[in-house]
Ligand binder design. Sequence first.
Ligand code: BJW
Ligand code: ZN
Length: 256
Amino acid sequence: MTAETTIPDAAVAAVRDAEWVTVFTGAGMSAESGISTFRDADTGLWERFDPADLATPQAWARDPALVWGWYQWRARLVRDAEPNAGHHALADLASDRTVGVVTQNVDDLHERAGSHVVSHLHGSLFAPRCSNCGTPYHGVDADPDRAVEELRVEPPACPVCLSPVRPGVVWFGEALPEREWTRAESAVAGSDLMIVVGTSGIVYPAAALPERAVGRGVPVIEVNPEPSALSSTVTHRIAAPAAVGLPALLRAVRGA
Ligand code: BJW
Ligand code: ZN
């Protein structure tokens, strides 16, 4: 454990006692992999565009090439990134108990660290589909660098109905995929501990999941360097970044 990271004894005991852990993650989980968070973002295209303006059906209707190019660029960033020590600690935690990850993130860093991802609540950068008929699109990017250089990239046409292919993510005002939501609800209902990592906790219905766990009397541990909208609700707080706090928690649990 680093000198600055305080891991509450009660949080260590809660992990030791837990047989089934649901981990609920947000953008801060991937920050130390070099992927900017949604609302602290200040690099790259985020200097020029507010994500809250682009991640909307209205932005897609107004300028599909801008939105498609932005998501292509983000997919490229994720492909070039690696899971961080926090992702790896969560995968390690599953060596002696059941651990399921429910993530709001559209990256694949949990999977690449070896975790079992129960649910991608807000979709994936890697599952584009037709904006009209919903057919999954498996085409390969003609030139992934174009999104970086040109910003606007015309979305490909659906091979079935020729409508534009859209990013496979959930924008504001859109319903979460039913299967992902049901799986997340089941995980929360079945687990005896929740660990919440790197989310501001302001986007619903996802943010209701930790509230639901607390309501069931299940302990909830938050790992976030800053207070969030969930901090006053959770049972234990670890005020540290994910790549520091999660390995420190794991070491404390293992008595190392
Ligand atoms: C670190 C760190 C480090 C930094 N380590 N930590 C109830 C009340 C009020 C509003 C609503 C409500 N129900 C629904 C709404 C509306 C809306 C909503 O919640 N709005 C609020 C903002 C007010 N919700 C919706 O519209 C949802 N849909 C819906 O409800 O549909 C209803 C419906 C039903 C039936 C038919 C039709 C409709 C959909 C929400 C979709 C969210 N989509 C996005 C974009 C995804 C695609 C993309 O990535 O482009 O999802 S928005 C964005 O926010 C993204 C994220 O997944 C999500 C959450 O953000 P997150 O992950 O918490 O990131 P940040 O940046 O906010 O926070 C980062 C945190 O990390 C901070 O706390 C840092 O401190 C911390 N951090 N470094 C650990 N190293
Ligand atoms: Zn189609």
